[in-house]
Structures are given as structure tokens and as C-alpha cells.
Ligand binder design. Structure first.
Ligand SMILES: [Zn+2]
Length: 174
């Protein structure tokens, strides 16, 4: 059996204990953008937030790309979230290889040069990368200026969050 088959089999039993109240329309209070890395799955729990309060937006590398912005606009404008957290982390997979190298390898292996993805959004400095993602959200005209946009690094070794100052503040302290 595949993992998917195992999961379906488990679901048939585990759903017996499902609380049907969880099927009511969501009213999350905060949007959290974080990495798809399995080690980040516990971050909502580690912040003491109920699942229902969090609109969790995940992709590989905590990237504010077109799709993440789309989700954040819907989150703040339609679902009613009032704050945005961007949670990057140390030891991210996207800091362990070069996107250009991967693209080159895939071009060689497949003999194809597709037009997308243009970039894999790899990075070397998680803190600086987080600042850039914060700026992308903050400067988007369809994200209201009264919505706080704060960035953090999650330490996968300790489970603790540390705040990343936005580019404006970082520049001001130089
Ligand atoms: Zn990651």
C-alpha cells in the first residue's frame, strides 16, 4: 500500500472522532505565512493559538510570491484577519542549494527549458530574506496599511521565535 492508501484507510476510522463544529465557516484572526518544512507544522501550537484563529499559508521557503500575496489579500479582505506574521526558519531547505544550480541540473537531465518557475527563491541569509518578504507584503497596495506585518525566525532546535526588524528600522539603526 502507498502512503496515500494508508492515509485513506486511517481517515475512514479517525473521522469517526471528528468534531463537526470544525466545519463551520472560518473566522481566523491572524494570517501566518511559513515554510512547508514539517518542522514548522507545530508553530501554531507553539504560539498558543487555536487552529481556528490562524489562516495558515505555507510554501517551500516562506516566499511572498504572487500566490502568497493572493492568499494574504483574500485573508485580510475576505476572511477578516487583522495581523500578518511571516515565519522563516533556520536550516531551511531553500538555503542549502542554489536555485540556479538546480535549474541547470534539470535542464540537463530533462533536455527541457520551461518558462516557469523563473526562480526557486533560494536564499543564504534567512534574516535578510525575511526582511525582503516583509517588505513585499508591506508595500503591496492591496494589503491595508493598518494591518501589522511582522517577521520572525523560528529556531528548529529550540522551538523559539525571534523577531526580525523590518528594513526601514534596520536602516534607521545604522
Ligand atoms: Zn524552510
Amino acid at each position: 500500500m502507498s502512503i496515500i492508501d494508508d492515509a485513506l484507510s486511517a481517515n475512514a476510522t479517525l473521522a469517526d472522532g471528528y468534531d463537526s463544529d470544525r466545519g463551520k465557516p472560518p473566522a481566523p484572526r491572524i494570517a501566518v505565512v511559513t515554510c512547508a518544512d514539517p518542522r514548522l507544522t507545530a508553530v501554531v501550537q507553539l504560539m498558543g493559538l487555536p487552529d481556528a484563529d490562524v489562516d495558515l499559508i505555507r510554501n517551500v521557503g516562506t516566499v511572498i510570491d504572487e500566490d502568497a500575496i493572493r492568499s494574504l489579500i483574500v485573508s485580510t479582505k475576505m476572511l477578516g484577519t487583522r495581523e500578518i506574521m511571516i515565519i522563516n526558519h533556520n536550516d531551511c531547505g531553500l538555503s542549502r542549494f542554489s536555485g540556479d544550480d538546480l535549474a541547470e541540473r534539470l535542464r540537463t537531465e530533462t533536455g527541457s527549458a520551461p518558462i516557469a518557475p523563473v526562480t526557486f527563491f533560494t536564499f543564504t541569509d534567512a534574516e535578510q530574506n525575511t526582511r525582503e518578504q516583509m517588505l513585499k507584503v508591506r508595500s503591496h497596495p492591496w494589503i491595508a496599511s493598518d494591518i501589522p506585518v511582522r517577521g520572525f525566525l523560528f529556531d528548529v532546535g529550540t522551538g523559539r521565535l525571534s523577531e526580525v526588524q523590518p528594513i526601514e528600522s534596520a536602516a534607521a539603526t545604522l
